[in-house]
Design a protein around this ligand. Structure first.
Ligand code: F6P
Length: 360
């Protein structure tokens, strides 16, 4: 193994820099191998100055930093890229150009760090002969084949702290505080933070809710003398027989953006329960800032093991965490289905046992 590349795709997540640092150090120290960084996800292969050499100096001091020193791009799919032709924006498959650039660079492996979108693009490039190694990243924790993605623990801690802080106002003002959390179509952040923060109602995409049941829980608490409630709602949650709420519709290039269900729930509660409700949307704060110790450690192990996997020629595979050990799995298999909350699993059962309502 003489030369490898690394890129970070999709939304940023705490721990990306720890992966880059570990990969660079392992490649250089353990294998004497050259490593280059691709800027802005796959876009870097198509941009002037998009491929940069990485040495030990380049990764000095980045371990505690959020974001990614390489930049990321949500709109960087080479199989469907917006280009201007005769003054008009059209969508084109430019993946052959990317493959050519990778071959020209002489990469023995390309480590792609990303969520399901970035990893799926990696798989398509693998099918075109690119030696891909995957590293699962996302605050949503929705990638199969791994118990945990890095970034999730940091997001969870931020969400839990938000619930703790909302408790103060909820209790003092006898209000219902609704907290809308990220996660796309997976409810891991709302579920885990809701349990860890002691929410009274948790609404997740995997369990369609009924407005009346949410109100029932709030009223039951008021009648028993607890005049406040905390509702943690996942951005992808939807009422039984109803639709998810979107802030922006997607298109060929961009994924749709969820957002707004917190306000829908808050308005309903205020109207039906005769109590004040306030809504907080935590948004990108969940993705920002320094990674937790857990995420730094996990991300570092992922970065180092991705390089070891590349050295073994384990292309088309993704490093993953199972039973707290780092293993590797076939990307093709794990990417077929996204990971979702097991509604019969212990987290949901635990929450139900504690009296938390899922609005069902
Ligand atoms: O996948 C990570 C995530 O933060 C989701 O939880 C959220 O729905 C989405 O990205 C937001 O994307 P953007 O940063 O493009 O608005």
């Amino acid at each position: 193994m003489k030369k490898i590349g690394i890129l970070t795709g999709g939304g940023d997540a705490p721990g990306l820099n720890a992966v880059i640092r570990a990969a660079v150090k392992t490649a250089i120290n353990q294998y004497g191998c050259e490593i280059v960084g691709i800027r802005n996800g796959y876009e870097g292969f198509l941009q002037e100055g998009g491929v940069v050499p990485l040495d030990i100096r380049a990764v000095r001091g980045i371990l505690p930093l959020g974001g990614t020193i390489l930049g990321a791009a949500n709109r960087g799919n080479p199989f469907a890229r917006e280009v201007i032709r005769d003054g008009e924006a059209v969508v084109e498959d430019v993946s052959d150009e990317v493959v050519e650039r990778i071959n020209y660079l002489g990469l023995d492996a390309l480590i792609v760090v990303g969520g399901d979108g970035t990893l799926k693009i990696g798989m398509e490039l693998y099918d075109k002969g690119v030696p891909i190694i995957g590293v699962p990243k996302t605050i949503d924790n929705d990638v199969n084949g791994t118990e945990i993605t890095f970034g999730f623990d940091t997001a969870l801690n931020i969400a839990m702290e938000a619930i703790d802080r909302l408790h103060t106002t909820a209790e003092s003002h006898h209000r219902v505080m609704v907290l809308e959390l990220m996660g796309r179509d997976a409810g891991f952040i709302a579920l885990h933070a809701g349990v860890a923060g002691g929410a009274d109602v948790i609404l997740i995409p995997e369990i369609p809710f009924q407005f009346e049941k949410v109100a029932e829980k709030v009223i039951e608490r008021i009648e028993s003398g607890r005049l406040f409630s905390i509702i943690a709602v996942s951005e992808g949650a939807s009422p039984k027989g109803g639709q998810q709420v979107f802030r922006e519709k997607g298109d060929e290039i961009s994924a749709p953006r969820l957002g707004g269900i917190g306000h829908v729930v808050g308005e309903y509660v205020e109207e039906c329960c005769g109590t004040e409700a306030r809504v907080t949307t935590l948004g990108h704060i969940q993705r920002g800032g320094t990674p937790t110790a857990f995420d730094r450690f996990l991300a570092t192990r992922y970065g180092a093991s991705a390089v070891r996997l590349a050295a073994k020629g384990g292309y088309g595979r993704m490093v993953s965490c199972q039973n707290l050990k780092i293993v590797d799995v076939l990307m093709d298999e794990v990417l077929r289905e996204p990971k979702r909350v097991d509604i019969e699993g212990d987290a949901v059962l635990t929450a139900r046992g504690l009296g938390i309502s899922f609005g069902d």
